[in-house]
Design a protein around this ligand. Structure first.
Ligand SMILES: [Zn+2]
Ligand SMILES: [Zn+2]
Length: 347
């Protein structure tokens, strides 16, 4: 699919302008211009099925004339690095985005700190990450859902009671309390409401996006200017699959509510059937810095939340460090046991 592309031209030197933290700037002459974004809270519509378009977008660079295909809306030309802005092609377009509030320099500092804090990362890995290419800003698609859930359950309520037993310790009789549980059948219905359940809309980033939290109150309208220089993706996980993922993500919250409803000292859930209704969805773009390190043939990915600065990522383990750590803990335990024995704790 051929896509019309644009670039933002610097009024003083003609190079391309890129957006960072609501500011358009020219890397060549230093020209700067503020982008004023309009507040726009995520707009929810009743859940319906919308699938991603599978065709690749064909871009024709307006600076160097090269053609290339991509699944990005905004991207850098792979030949001359001009920031190009194309079009959204999916039937549903994002209504809002969360602007970057953290600059790339600060994001890089956060990753550095994160990687240094990994106790069991091999030293070569810690050294290696510095050699890798620059950190890259992305706008990733995020699905949001509101829904009501009514869950019918069957379970058992356990109540503790204690019995007194006589036990022999070092040959001497002693009275000890032992805990027992009396079980009662329990069943019922719990009703819950969930708001802004987030599901990553882009397969590559989906598991990392699940771990990041965003403050939705700063959502703004999608002004294409602010995508310039930022690799912007559309959803490749359709609304049907995203809805199923949203349902799955609620199970622990549903189980918690059931246990609370059962009451008592301890609970068992035998079966439960959640019924999801009043489902609404929204689709927004979220700011992420992506950084990857190749180490021993494997790629490790790090994501920085461009709003909060939180870092998530895969880690590489050093088995030698783990081995010596375990050895250290064991010798420490041995030392403590030896001292306790000398003090007569075991006689
Ligand atoms: Zn310029
Ligand atoms: Zn080009």
């Amino acid at each position: 699919m051929k896509i019309k592309v644009k670039k933002l031209v610097c009024p003083s030197c003609g190079a391309d302008l890129r957006c960072e933290c609501e500011k358009l700037s020219c890397a060549y002459c230093g020209y700067e211009e503020q982008v004023s974004l309009q507040p726009a809270m995520p707009r929810y519509v009743p859940v319906y099925q919308v699938e991603p378009k599978s065709e690749a977008k064909e871009y024709h660079c307006i600076s160097c004339g090269a053609s290339f295909s991509t699944d990005s809306v905004a991207t850098l030309c792979p030949y001359c690095e001009t920031a190009l802005i194309g079009e959204f092609i999916n039937a549903l377009q994002p209504y809002s985005l969360i602007p970057f509030t953290m600059c790339a320099k600060e994001a890089k500092r956060r990753i550095k700190k994160h990687i240094r804090s990994l106790w069991f990362a091999p030293d070569d890995f810690i050294k290696d990450y510095r050699k890798h290419k620059e950190i890259q800003p992305y706008y990733y698609p995020l699905w949001l859902f509101n829904m009501d859930v009514s869950t019918e359950y069957k379970g058992r309520r356990g109540e503790y009671y204690y019995i007194t037993k006589t036990r022999y310790i070092n040959g001497k009789p002693a009275q000890v309390q032992e805990r027992r549980t009396r079980w009662y059948p329990a069943s019922g219905i719990v009703n819950q409401q969930f708001y802004n359940i987030s599901v990553g809309g882009y397969k590559f980033a989906s598991s990392m996006l699940r771990e990041l939290q965003f403050d939705l109150t700063s959502c703004s309208s999608v002004d294409k200017k602010c995508l310039s220089g930022i690799e912007t993706k559309e959803f490749d996980i359709g609304s049907k699959e995203a809805t199923i993922l949203a349902h799955t993500s609620l199970h622990s919250a549903i189980r918690r509510a059931i246990k609370q409803d059962i009451g008592g000292d301890t609970q068992q859930i035998i079966s439960y059937t959640p019924h999801f209704y009043n489902e609404e969805m929204s689709y927004i773009l979220v700011p992420i810095y992506h950084f990857s390190v190749k180490f021993k043939g494997k790629e490790y990915n790090y994501f920085v939340n461009g709003q909060s600065g939180d870092v998530v990522g895969e880690r590489s383990y050093s088995w030698i460090k783990i081995f010596f750590f375990v050895l250290f803990v064991l010798s420490l335990m041995g030392g403590v046991l030896y001292i306790l024995e000398r003090l007569g704790y075991f006689s």
